[in-house]
Design a protein around this ligand. Structure first.
Ligand SMILES: [Zn+2]
Ligand SMILES: [Zn+2]
Length: 175
């Protein structure tokens, strides 16, 4: 979906769009859309600067960091982004630009690509850490079995020395 900059007013125009998972490829190997992405917002323009704000709601599928099981992660992200035409940064003091315009993007052409904005905002909303559960055992580094559902012989051979020490400590304090 594209927003024509010329048609925007200072008061703003509401927009809404629902992306199907096929319609919005995230282009990221960590995640894909598991459900529709609903985007609702308002786009406005003051002189040449366009401003787009709104919310995105969807559900992502990402892999557990340890065992790679697929996880459903609900996402509700708010965004607030300004777009300047090319060349505006050169005219603005750089310190001022940093303070005010962290979320400013330069647009080229006559329209804004909402798909691109939504894709970026969804990827920004990805959790930095994702586990299927806090106590996930992960995969055996030697043979690759999922230790949540299976045990393997290599696991028994390699007892982490730190845990062995802890077990001894616990035993002595119990006595
Ligand atoms: Zn896991
Ligand atoms: Zn193993």
């Amino acid at each position: 979906m594209r927003i024509e900059i010329e048609q925007l007013t200072e008061a703003g125009t509401p927009f809404a769009h629902t992306y199907t998972p096929d319609e919005l490829a995230l282009e990221d190997e960590r995640a894909r859309l598991r459900a529709e992405a609903r985007v609702v917002g308002r786009a406005s323009r003051k002189r040449q600067r366009a401003h787009v704000r709104g919310t995105i709601e969807t559900e992502l599928e990402i892999a557990c960091d340890r065992c790679l099981a697929p996880l459903a992660v609900p996402v509700k992200a708010e965004f607030d982004v300004s777009y300047d035409p090319p060349g505006v940064e050169a005219e603005t003091d750089s310190a001022e630009l940093q303070a005010e315009d962290l979320d400013t993007t330069v647009y080229t052409g006559e329209s804004l690509d909402l798909d691109e904005l939504v894709r970026e905002q969804i990827l920004l909303a990805l959790p930095t850490r994702s586990l299927c559960r806090e106590a996930c055992q992960g995969l055996c580094p030697t043979c690759g079995v999922n230790l949540n559902t299976q045990t393997c012989k290599c696991e028994q051979k390699e007892i982490d020395p730190r845990w062995a020490g802890l077990a001894a400590l616990k035993k002595s304090s119990d006595e």
